[in-house]
Design a protein around this ligand. Structure first.
Ligand code: SF4
Ligand code: SF4
Length: 86
């Protein structure tokens, strides 16, 4: 499975989730070149270990388990995966 970052991250992007992720699968980090250009952060679908630690860390409730992503934000499942296919 994997956790998914959805629309509320856009405009917030505070990286609180990055700091708590034990496997460093949330990108771009502030020290990565594309951080400024990206509108939100993304979770690597294969590297996420489904620990759930990022969910309470997010101030805007943008992160959901794959099977709990709200219907209106289902497109973000693909959006997260696509970020890592570049
Ligand atoms: S669920 Fe755990 S492993 Fe997956 S992105 Fe969140 S903190 Fe990282
Ligand atoms: S904690 Fe939430 S708002 Fe902040 S970067 Fe992560 S997903 Fe985006």
């Amino acid at each position: 499975m994997a956790y998914i970052i959805t629309e509320p991250c856009i405009g917030t992007k505070d990286s609180a989730c990055v700091d708590v992720c034990p496997v460093d699968c949330i990108h771009p980090r502030k020290d990565e070149g594309d951080f400024e250009a990206e509108t939100q952060l993304y979770i690597h679908p294969d590297e996420c270990i489904d620990c759930g630690a990022c969910v309470p860390a997010c101030p805007v409730e943008a992160i959901f388990a794959l099977d709990e992503v709200p219907e209106k934000w289902k497109t973000y499942i693909e959006i997260n995966a696509k970020h890592f296919q570049k």
